[in-house]
Structure formats: structure tokens, C-alpha cells
Design a protein around this ligand. Sequence first.
Ligand code: UDP
Length: 421
Amino acid sequence: MTTPLSKTVEPTVSDSLPFSPDSIGSSLNAPRVLFLDHTGALGGAELYLLDLVRQYPGDCRVLLFDDGPFATRLENENISTRVLQGSSQLLNVRKDGGIGTALTASLGLLQLVGPVAREAQNADVIFANSQKAAIVASLAGHWARRPVVWSLHDILTADHFSRLNRWAAVTAANWGVTHLLANSKATEDAFKTSGGRTPSTVVYNGIDADDFPPLAPDRIQSLRMELDVPLNVPVAGVFSRLAPWKGQAVLLQALPAVPDLHALFVGDALFDGDTQYVDELKSLARDLGVVDRVHFAGFRSDIPALMQAVDVVAHTSTSPEPFGRVIVEGMLAKRPVVATRAGGAMEIVTHGRTGLLVSAGDASELGRALSHLLSHPEAAERMAAAGHADARERFALDGMVQSISDLLRRVVDEETELNPK
Ligand code: UDP
């Protein structure tokens, strides 16, 4: 698990839209949901949850273990949100942590079980959106006698998590999670390989295609000027938080072999262990002699527009990506995508038809794929059009919300049959 950048957090409570106690069966028969997440940072999992709660057809409330931009976005959207102050032990646990950190983290987690169980009394189901949230939910669900659905956004392999961490996640799931929602087949497979026995369903992230209206050429030009990217050069963009496994370094290493190509990095380090990485990237760019062709934009909220300001959207993760929202977003922006041949990316891209797949961490192969797309603009355009059509069909946001709402309804009905109140 990753640790949000540390900062002083005071608990904040927004009670503007509490659950309506008598609303079971209302709002298209959608159950009342308590959504749980451990972080206030805005990673892909939190952007997914934001989309889900915005469109969820029933009553819901979001409970977070930490404050931050995610909480602010939820509150700005008038979504009932409460931030529980987490224990410092809990918020300091690292994904590669050993037994000592695990024990202190467990104490921190236990402190959250009571408050979550109390909130869950007003819901029909608890929906955990992160591993720490799932561990707390597995205990709180027993206490409150509510089913728990865990939306798993991580590939539980040694690439990403320590053995202890995987054991804790799978044990919590097997013991206290009613149903697992995996964001890809790759995520579901890794869960099962790690010993997970919870019944599971794969539901891909849905992305709202309406957020990607085509941009006028003058708007694209002004975006490039704002980013200090020359107007008449080819640009490949990586739109991910800055973290070593997201592979921004691989694109840098590909640049010397692709003359004139510029790289645009959009995203920031979201978690503690990753803050050095941006300096490492800058020094690598200097060493490779490509510093004039590299641009850092920091974290941005206008991804659909920025993707249209580049010629190719590159996904460069060096470890299997659990899903890869940015790949779908690149397709919706009608840009050709090059992605790493691993994990969820392989379920999104059909190589040669809707994008190109390259071996993880292979800068030469990435360079060849980028050169190919830039020197064959008609083929690149065909690929982008096929990707666009495919993404609209397979990754629609309303389809995702419908599938999840149906699943939650089923889980609640089955629980009621098993344990009538
Ligand atoms: N993103 C963003 N601003 C940035 C960089 C990324 O909003 O500056 C978004 C991006 O558009 C995508 C999400 O962050 O929706 C990343 O999700 P993904 O599944 O690609 O990776 P994760 O962060 O979940 O590992």
C-alpha cells in the first residue's frame, strides 16, 4: 500500500446530505451505500469513485480516513462526505513494510472499525475502495451486520506488494468481504493466485465520453504555448502520477532514438516514496541530452484537453497495470495509444487495431512504436478512430454504474435472504 504525502489533518465533517433513514427501496431500488476510502489524494481509484458516487442512483455517503483534494472534490459536488481522522500509524504503513509496521498499522486500523460500523448502521452495504478501507470494512461489516463489497484496484503480486501485505489483504477478503469487484481480469487473477476465495466479478472502469469533446486547433495551440511546448514538433504524453513503476523514465530513454520527439509528463508525485523521482527524471533527461525536449506540467484537472495537445498518448508502466484509465482516456481523446503489454492494458488495447502494445521497460521498442506512429499518420489516425469507437462501447460510464448498482442490489438481497432482519 502507498502512503499519502504526510500533512497535518484535522478531522472535517460535512453532514450536508446525510442518509435518509427510510429510503430503502427508493431511487430505482438502489441500496444505500457507505463508500470507504483511506486516502484524500486523487489517484485513479479515487477518480473512479468520484464518477461512481456522482452517478449512483441511490443514497450514499463517503467516509474517508484522510483529508485532501479528493475530499474537497466530493464536497464541491455536494456529495455527503465525512473525513475520519486516521491514526498516524495507519497512515504511515508502506506497501513494502515488515512485521513491525504491520503491527502498528493494525492498531491504527482497529481504531477505525467502531466509527465505520456506526456509520454503516445507516447503510445497506459497505463499499471499500482501497485495501486499508477493505480491512477496516471486513471487521466493521461483521460488527454492523452489513455485507461488504471491495472494489479492488491493485494487482496483488510481488511487483507491487510485500508478502505480508498480500496475506493481510487476502485474509481480510476471505474472512469479511462478501463480494470482490475487480477492475480487470488481471486484478481478479492475481487476487485468486494470492489465495483469494471471495466471489468476484470484473467490472471495468467507465469513463464519461462527454468529457472529451474535440478541441479546436487554436485551443490546442494555446495549450501548447501555455505548456511551453513548441507548436510544430511531435509530442508523446504520459498522463500518470510520477512514480518509478509508472515508467516515465522509459519514455526519456526512448527519446534519443526518435529525433525531434518531445515528451510531456502530466502528473505529480502523489505518495511519500515518490517525491525524489521527479529530480531523478530531470537528471536522467540531462544525462541523455534531451532536456530541451522534456516538459513537466504537474498535476492537472484538464486531462481530456491536454491529451488532444499531444500526438501520441503513451502508457509506460514497468509493472503490470491493474487497469489503466489513462489508456481509455487516450482513446476517448482520439489519440493513438502505445501501452505496456501487461496487466489490464492488454484487456483494453487490441495490438495493431486500437493501439500498440510494447514490452514493459523496453525503451527501444517504445521508440520504434512511437516512430512508426509518427511516420505513418494515416495508420495512426485509423488506430485512434478504432480505439475511440471501442472505448465508447466497452468503457461507458453509465454501463459501469449500472453494473455496480445491480451487483450491490444482488449482494444486499442475498444477504437479506441469508440473515433476515
Ligand atoms: N490524472 C489526473 N491528473 C494528472 C495525472 C493523472 O487527473 O495530472 C488522472 C488520469 O486522467 C487518470 C488517473 O489520474 O484518470 C490515473 O488512473 P490510472 O488508472 O491510469 O492510474 P492509477 O493512478 O490509478 O495508478
